[in-house]
Design a protein around this ligand. Structure first.
Ligand code: ACM
Length: 679
């Protein structure tokens, strides 16, 4: 709160005023004093014609919607100046922002730079410690990456164009510049294609609103005229409107049209494009069938007419490829094209589509699976299964965009998943997003230049309302924006956290529904510090092996004193498949024991279950084991939230060896534990 006119809050060290700006600019130099907006403040710009109109429209209703002055004045003026390119502006998005006691000047050689300068100033005014007072400073700002993206899946749950435009507004204010629109997937086709009306008469509709109910109910589509029909699509006019709205905010919209997998909805209405030639059998297009290429090229032709984006995203992820192995047409294609396997068959499709896009002046972008079977010559890879795809792409001279699940997937919970709304699982808190560095150290200087940037992805299987979608996006998208924009050396987690708390309140005032960061519970408490117990560091014999996919700390994982966090993916949880877990721990000497326990988790989405039952035995000589207890699971597979259960024993026994056996119910999936705690 302001005590005096012109009073400014200073940071804890007393060194400089508090800057409430996200993303943190690349350079800020503080000056004495401050600029106070008043009735007398005027807006000046040297922009003319359309550029001027363009800018003024965007300022309508904002703090910069001020009376204008035709001449630049010395006092009480905010100037927006298009200037000559120079070294002060290393990229087309760079700008400078100068605040003195008498003037504020934003300068840039491009409209985009000016736009970003305006975004910074709007935040500075809106979030000023003292209303309408901006501390004097010189900002010189340039983004770290050219590609700063947000993805939205509108297939699993359709969202209105108004919702999309609202998120574009937020993206723009945090200087994000690529909107990756996931328009097609098995759960619904969302873009009008004039040549293929069944895509939007049927494949855009389903008799359930929620993805989960629809999935459980057999994943069927229905006519748009069915009284139960839920879903929707964007008309081509809607698309044009969104694309123009984004362009005005210096955001490129990149459409994604999925192929060859994740295409159940297309194959339900045009079954001749599937290997089975029947609906509801395959999820992949038949690559042996020429009609598939006719269809995809027809669709892409209409898509390219709507989206000026250089990049067209063609999906490419998670094709099952099973149908291709036995399909006569696919087998004939493989023979004719001398393709060794189904990976190469997929690669054949991607190559052909790339040629088609290139012929039309566009570039192909796809998920990292497009590398399987050989990457198309000019393709750009979006690395989602960790960073491996992006690294491999850069090493082979291809461009890459980083979107690894562990940092960039906002469908994971951002706080204690046992108390958060249902999600797909996982745990990606704000701090984790913020910690991400999209440029792997393992790349050479030249290869590093091929990392174009970074993107947050919002998949919406479990995100059924616009409010929940915003809750999952904010404030994590702000952390992503700073990862994408701010030079590494200017990043600071404590300072960002402070700014994010301010930004959450700001977002609420602007009508968004962010997660309440001030109430964050954080990581699973037991995982925060090592635990001491009798088995720590003792040898473990695995009578059944752990899954190589989830080794955690390997042979010592269960006795390393490190408890797991909220997710089995955090390398603290060791995974076991159908044969269960059977381990023997050697305490080294006969020891009085009072308790033996291990925690297990259930999260049904990714098929992680409780053991069916646990047996604990002990022995003094390692040969003869005496049963100590059997603990049966009483948690149903139907329970669909993340939950932890302890399976343990308490009593008095003397033993040197402890055998802990966790049996599975043999219905498939994983069991996970983090530590066998013996006291
Ligand atoms: C993906 O998450 N399947 C790209």
């Amino acid at each position: 709160m302001a005590l005096l006119f012109g009073f400014l809050a200073w940071d804890a060290s007393g060194q400089k005023p508090v800057l409430n700006l996200i993303p943190q600019p690349s350079q800020v130099d503080w000056r004495q004093g401050s600029f106070s907006l008043s009735q007398k403040t005027r807006l000046y710009t040297n922009l003319t014609g359309e550029q001027r109109e363009h800018l003024l429209v965007l300022l309508k209703g904002s703090a910069l919607d001020l009376p204008q002055t035709k001449k630049e004045r010395k006092e009480q003026t905010i100037s927006l100046l298009l200037v000559k390119p120079s070294d002060a502006y290393p990229t087309e998005e760079s700008y400078t922002l100068s605040v003195t006691t008498s003037k504020i000047t934003i300068a840039a050689p491009t409209e985009t730079g000016l736009f970003y300068g305006v975004q910074s100033l709007l935040q500075l005014i809106r979030l000023a410690e003292t209303p309408s007072v901006v501390p004097a400073m010189e900002i010189s700002d340039t983004p770290r990456f050219a590609y700063r993206g947000m993805h939205l899946d509108v297939s699993r749950h359709f969202r209105s164009k108004e919702f999309v435009m609202k998120q574009l507004d937020a993206m723009a204010s945090y200087k994000l510049n690529r909107f990756h629109w996931h328009l097609t997937d098995g759960a619904g086709w969302r873009i009008e294609i004039k040549k293929y009306p069944l895509l939007t008469d049927v494949a855009a509709w389903r008799p359930y609103e929620s993805w989960k109910e629809w999935w459980k109910g057999g994943s069927k589509y229905c006519s748009k005229d069915d009284p139960k029909a839920q879903g929707g699509y964007y008309t081509q006019e809607d698309i044009k409107e969104v694309v123009a709205y984004a362009a005005a905010r210096h955001i490129t919209v990149i459409p994604e049209i999925e192929m060859p997998g994740h295409s159940e909805e297309v194959l339900a209405v045009y079954p001749e494009l599937s290997c089975a030639e029947k609906p509801y059998v395959n999820s992949d297009f038949c690559i042996g069938n020429e009609q598939t290429f006719t269809f995809l090229q027809d669709v892409l032709t209409e898509v390219m007419a709507l989206f000026p984006s250089e990049y067209i995203h063609i999906g490419g992820d998670e094709a099952g490829k099973g149908g291709w192995k036995t399909c006569p047409k696919c087998k004939a294609r493989m023979e004719a094209e001398k393709l060794q396997n189904v990976d190469e068959l997929q690669s054949y499709l991607i190559h052909r589509i790339e040629v088609f896009l290139n012929t039309n002046g566009r570039k192909l972008l796809g998920w990292d699976e497009i590398m399987e079977g050989g990457l198309a010559p000019d393709a750009t890879v979006m690395s989602w299964r960790g960073e491996g795809g992006g690294i491999a792409a850069a090493r082979s001279g291809h461009r890459a965009i980083m979107t690894p699940g562990g940092y960039c997937y906002f469908d994971h919970s951002q706080d204690d998943p046992t108390s958060e709304p249902e999600s797909i699982g996982g745990y990606v808190p704000l701090k984790k997003v913020y910690s991400y560095n999209p440029v792997p150290d393992s790349l050479t200087t030249e290869q590093k230049k091929l990392i174009l940037g970074v993107q947050a992805n919002l998949w919406t299987e479990y995100i059924g309302t616009p409010e929940y979608a915003e809750y999952m996006l904010y404030p994590r998208l702000l952390a992503l924006a700073e990862v994408a924009w701010t030079p590494l050396e200017q990043k600071s987690w404590p300072d960002f956290h402070r700014r994010a708390l301010v930004a959450v309140e700001d977002l609420k005032e602007r009508g968004y529904h962010p997660f309440d960061l001030s109430k964050e519970k954080g990581e699973r408490a037991v995982s925060l510090q090592p635990v001491e117990h009798l088995a720590v560091g003792k040898p473990v014999t695995y009578n059944t092996p752990f899954s190589p996919q989830y080794p955690a700390g390997g042979n010592q994982a269960l006795v390393n004193g490190l408890r797991g966090g909220w997710t089995y993916g955090d390398q603290r949880w060791q995974g076991f498949l159908e044969q269960g877990m059977d381990v023997t721990i050697d305490l080294g000497a006969v020891t009085p024991i009072h308790s033996i326990s291990a925690d297990w988790m259930q999260i049904s989405g990714p098929w992680v279950w409780m053991p069916e039952y646990v047996e604990i035995e002990t022995s003094e000589d390692g040969k003869t084991f005496a049963p100590l207890c059997r603990i049966d699971n009483d948690l149903s597979r139907e329970y669909d939230r993340l939950i932890f259960r302890e399976f343990g024993w308490k009593g008095e026994v003397n033993a040197r060896y402890v055998r802990y056996v966790a049996h599975t119910d043999k219905k498939g999936g994983f069991i996970f534990t983090d530590e066998i705690v013996i006291r």
